[in-house]
Design a protein around this ligand. Sequence first.
Ligand SMILES: Cc1cc2nc3c(=O)[nH]c(=O)nc-3n(C[C@H](O)[C@H](O)[C@H](O)COP(=O)(O)OP(=O)(O)OC[C@H]3O[C@@H](n4cnc5c(N)ncnc54)[C@H](O)[C@@H]3O)c2cc1C
Length: 416
Amino acid sequence: MRYSALKVFKEALTGHKGWKPVWREPEPKAEYDVVIIGGGGHGLATAYYLAKEHGITNVAVLEKGWIGGGNVGRNTTIIRSNYMLPGNEHFYELSLKLWENLEQDFNYNAMVSQRGILNLIHSDAQRDAFVRRGNAMVMAGADAELLSEEQVRKECPFLDFDNARFPIKGGLAQRRGGSVRHDAVAWGYARGADSRGVDIIQNCEVTGMVIGNGVCSGVETSQGTIKAKKVAVCVAGSSSRVMSMAGMRLPIESHVLQAFVSEGLKPILPGVVTFGAGHFYVSQSDKGGLVFGGDIDGYNSYAQRGNLPVVEDVCEGGMALMPMIGRARLLRMWGGIMDMSMDGSPFIDKTHINGLYFNGGWCYGGFKATPASGWCYAHLLARDEPHPVATEYRLDRFQRGAMIDEKGVGAQPNLH
Ligand SMILES: Cc1cc2nc3c(=O)[nH]c(=O)nc-3n(C[C@H](O)[C@H](O)[C@H](O)COP(=O)(O)OP(=O)(O)OC[C@H]3O[C@@H](n4cnc5c(N)ncnc54)[C@H](O)[C@@H]3O)c2cc1C
């Protein structure tokens, strides 16, 4: 079924009786060409591009909970490609380009809204760093614009420009950045993959790997054993747990990141704004709520809930940036588990076990990466070679000293 304005109109006239479920609920088959573990954004995008771009449709996506219940439905929905390092920028720019055409591509309204992202500058040294970043972005084919203090004042008059401790001196804008309705991305990819023959199996937890003689030939699940020619792990915050089933230790730690939504307010924020003197980012949803977040909780955890000191820290960042936020009531907050890698960059790679592939380490920037991650992982699975924009995302890069440390903070995952 194709969605269109005409279809909505027709259904409205006929009592909405013609809508079909967005994806099927199939029983798992005994064997697949590819089994993808994890029905988050990345797993579903991988299945979609495997089917659409490579014609590989004998694929199952195994999800232990429900589609959209993981980080893909828990993030603050920001998309951008304002990276600096060569290993990253081309990848994230490919992702932004895929976002720009995604809704037409999978025929689903994901509310892609390129309302722009503005990173604020608070010191001369920070301006130098942002000029360098902006130049790197432009050289990689992305867009970047350096704004003066006056320009920022005009676009965001509600910010605290004269805060004695964190005066705002300008900003780096990426106009093509913005936000996307996160869970709709999962549903859109699920629908697109399902309609091409992919089996999406919910409530199916992978509990073990079938490995012998250095070859992975399937998985044990809560719904029985499923054989596969290729097993593709894509489980975000659960990466270390799932890969330990294959006896692998990853350069990843799991931490909680929290998100916050205020009560609905009249439109005030033109796009995404990030504080440059602390960790705080904010946008406004179409329903009017201010959607914001900050740092991860500093300790390792697999619990999908955060703690109060981080709530206080995030709210302090918000107050320093836009004091009027103190008048808004907090409506909801939640946590998600982040797979924080040692250099803050992800992995899309084969493992030393034949037939076992790994995608993870997205830290708290993996939502924007969803389309390119699926695109590149599908390429790797179909052709057994890395996609040209993801060649640096190898598991052995720490052994080779080839880190992609965008923040330059070293092997301290909680700081990336
Ligand atoms: C609060 C918060 C804010 C964020 N904000 C942003 C942002 O603004 N921009 C941005 O780019 N990124 C952001 N992120 C990060 C982003 O959401 C993640 O990096 C990304 O969603 C991870 O990929 P995924 O969608 O595939 O993960 P998930 O949706 O978590 O998918 C992984 C799936 O694997 C399943 N799974 C785990 N173990 C098993 C198993 N044994 N068997 C079967 N299934 C299993 C899980 O149930 C889960 O559904 C944020 C994250 C959080 C939590």
